[in-house]
Design a protein around this ligand. Sequence first.
Ligand code: GTP
Ligand code: MG
Length: 137
Amino acid sequence: GNKTFTMIKPDAVADGHSGAIIKMIEEAGFRIVSMKKTVLTPERAGQFYEVHKERPFYADLCKYMSSGPIVPMILEKENAVADFRTLIGATNPANAEEGTIRKLYARSIEANAIHGSDSDENAAIEGNFFFSATEQF
Ligand code: GTP
Ligand code: MG
């Protein structure tokens, strides 16, 4: 697959890291297909993370993800999903490799700076959650 979906999460936007993160993404060879700054309501955060609804951290995650602005993006690159997850690093920044976005900019396992889709199928679903067809080019 050649596309993935990401969002810069509320902690990284609030900490003023959006520009540095976008620069890392472009320097890693990803083309920005779509991008905006927006806010999720708790209800829309709940829809986005529906797959995690049975997990113990779901309520906290929905509250956190609706706590401030986010920067969602659709990105294009060969092998996008896997290469992007390498660029962002492990879910828990304590376990993330040196030089990854989460190692550099995350606050905690929950406030971990950035999202990356885990499959081509979810990348398409998640991209379409934020962007209409005329916003993807
Ligand atoms: P995403 O790219 O955001 O999907 O992260 P991921 O694929 O590395 O992790 P996963 O899909 O398992 O979890 C989704 C999000 O839930 C994470 O990015 C964290 O923000 C949050 N999360 C995951 N595990 C925990 C946890 O144990 N505790 C808390 N509080 N939040 C967690
Ligand atoms: Mg995930």
